[in-house]
Design a protein around this ligand. Structure first.
Ligand code: AMP
Length: 114
């Protein structure tokens, strides 16, 4: 199977502005930032999208949320607030078939989203 763009970032085949990395995930700045802070948290295990995660991924999914909060602290948006988004499928706005968590902040975000 062809590598996703995020797999290439994980494998350091293409550059990214990495803000956090451990053995289970990587976080880097979104190339098309929608807010002053916009990062993606990507598991190193290739899960296609959130709905395709299985029970054995339960820990990993929790880990991504905990690391998102940690990165929010690191990038100083914890106190002002932030949003965590996971897009699933066409209507959800998913464009890269490798599970990723968006972390957005640094300005007041609108609700409902467009
Ligand atoms: P989604 O639409 O939820 O699948 O999100 C995919 C995100 O990946 C978009 O916000 C893109 O801007 C972002 N993206 C695509 N290619 C790259 C890249 N090479 N480096 C960083 N972010 C990227």
């Amino acid at each position: 199977m062809q590598k996703t763009i995020f797999q290439k970032i994980i494998d350091k085949e293409i550059p990214a502005h990495i803000v956090f990395e451990d053995e289970r995930c990587i976080a880097f700045k979104d190339i098309d930032s929608q807010a002053p802070i916009h990062c993606l948290l990507v598991p190193k295990k290739h899960i296609v999208r959130v709905g395709e995660a299985s029970a054995q991924d339960e820990n990993l999914l929790g880990h991504l949320l905990l690391i998102a909060t940690q990165v929010a602290h690191q990038l100083k948006i914890y106190d002002t607030g932030f949003r965590i988004v996971i897009n699933h499928g066409k209507d959800g706005g998913e464009s890269v078939p490798h599970l990723h968590v968006h972390l957005l902040g640094g300005r007041a975000l609108q609700w409902p989203p467009g």
